[in-house]
Design a binder for this molecule. Structure first.
Ligand SMILES: Cc1cc2nc3c(=O)[nH]c(=O)nc-3n(C[C@H](O)[C@H](O)[C@H](O)COP(=O)(O)O)c2cc1C
Length: 390
């Protein structure tokens, strides 16, 4: 039975009232207030709370953050995107030193834009001309076109098989049936990201175990794979109930959730868990630079934008001089990962060190200005306390 019909049937049977939120997929709705944390997703992984710390690419994840959140009863995640297979195995061992709880390793299935094949030397010249004033201003040389832009995913997936995290999450597509089968055989649960209802359906049809349905409020990249990111800009409030009507596997809501009000809303809309990114990025345990963390607590955090400037792929961060001045010139930017390599020369990407705020990628979601906590353990404890009604 589709979830909407199930809810209707429960209401008709007098178990619930239409004015009360119906949380996740609970076995019994009679004691639902006490059971907010018992969902299909917590059952899948055997974790205490349906709160996922979102993975961060670009080197912004940390062993400390992942293990802190897992130890606090949520699901800690680590973004493996920039790392080699060897490094991912080492990172997983490190996480296990600090936590014996389930954790998630995340990869980008598609980590190389097809447009790279047609991005010629003339295009690169136009790109350098666009950025020349900035390189000059910083006294930096104009870089030669970077090479070595091969895909990492095929090598990284081998590390997943070896590291065997409880859950392997992925973005920008669906891994092959063979990969999904290998994960099943090894007891690794799979979690795919959807930015549209059609992507959620495709993920369920491929046999993944759960879906992160991510609204366009989210910080970081817009990880669409069926249509362009620009054509997949659904907000979390619209996306979650639509996905809930169409798929049966657990749904994790992501994008714009920064406090317990967001968690309650997501569960009421049909999610089985939430994934929070920006709120955890701001904590001492993340690998974001101090200037980035501090920026998230300034009034500037009220104004985010979707931009391709930093990596060549659409992503959300706090507006700054670069995002605003180059807004009308995004057609000249290079595809991923060439653009991100190029921005590395301008010290704009990755954002792991303090650098010039005019040029830096201050990744943030639209709810950044709701942030209050600078410690991941305190953030987790506060969310749980508030969800428990204390
Ligand atoms: C800096 C940054 C990097 C991110 N990198 C990844 C990534 O590599 N893989 C991924 O699945 N999600 C990534 N995300 C998305 C988060 O895991 C999470 O889904 C998102 O931040 C939720 O929205 P919120 O920021 O509004 O809480 C990233 C988010 C941020 C802010």
């Amino acid at each position: 039975m589709k979830r909407r019909n199930a809810v209707k049937a429960i209401v008709l049977a007098g178990v619930s009232s239409p004015s009360l939120p119906v949380f996740g997929h609970q076995p019994s709705l009679k004691s639902k207030k006490a059971m907010w944390n018992k969902t299909k997703f917590t059952a899948l992984l055997g974790i205490d709370y349906p709160i996922v710390q979102g993975p961060f690419g670009g080197g912004l994840s940390s062993v400390k953050l992942t293990s802190t959140v897992s130890n606090a009863g949520g699901l800690g995640s680590f973004g493996g995107q920039p790392y080699s297979a060897k490094e991912i195995i080492k990172i997983s061992k490190e996480i296990r030193k600090f936590s014996n709880k389930p954790f998630n390793i995340n990869l980008w299935v598609n980590d190389r834009d097809a447009r790279l094949a047609t991005f010629g030397d003339d295009d690169y010249k136009k790109l350098t001309a666009l950025f020349e004033p900035y390189f000059n201003e910083l006294g930096l040389p104009i870089p030669e076109r970077p090479s070595n832009l091969g895909t990492k995913f095929e090598e990284q997936i081998e590390a997943i098989y070896e590291a065997k995290p409880a859950i392997f999450s992925f973005v920008y597509g669906i891994p092959s049936a063979n990969i999904l089968e290998n994960c099943r055989r090894l007891g690794i649960k799979t979690l795919g990201a959807a930015t549209t209802v059609d992507e959620a359906i495709a993920l369920e049809n491929a046999g993944v175990d759960a879906i992160v349905a991510t609204g366009f409020e989210a910080g970081g990249h817009r990880v669409s794979f069926l249509r362009s990111a620009e054509d997949s800009l659904t907000g979390t409030f619209s996306l979650i109930p639509q996905v809930a009507d169409q798929v049966k596997i657990p749904i994790i809501a992501a994008g714009g959730i920064a406090d317990s009000r967001g968690i309650k809303a997501a569960l009421a809309l049909g999610a089985d868990a939430v994934q929070m990114g920006t709120a955890f990025l701001a904590t001492a345990q993340s690998n974001a630079s101090q200037d980035h963390k501090d920026k998230l607590f300034t009034p500037d955090a009220k104004y985010t934008t979707l931009t391709k400037v930093f990596t060549g792929r659409l992503s959300r961060g706090i507006r700054n001089r670069l995002t605003e001045e180059l807004k009308e010139h995004e057609n000249l930017l290079a595809p991923y990962p060439l653009q991100s390599k190029f921005m590395g020369f301008l010290k704009s990407y990755p954002a792991t060190t303090n650098s010039n705020p005019d040029f830096k990628a201050f990744w943030a979601g639209q709810s950044a200005s709701l942030l209050k906590y600078r410690d991941a353990k305190i953030l987790m404890e506060t969310l749980v306390k508030e969800m428990n009604g204390k």
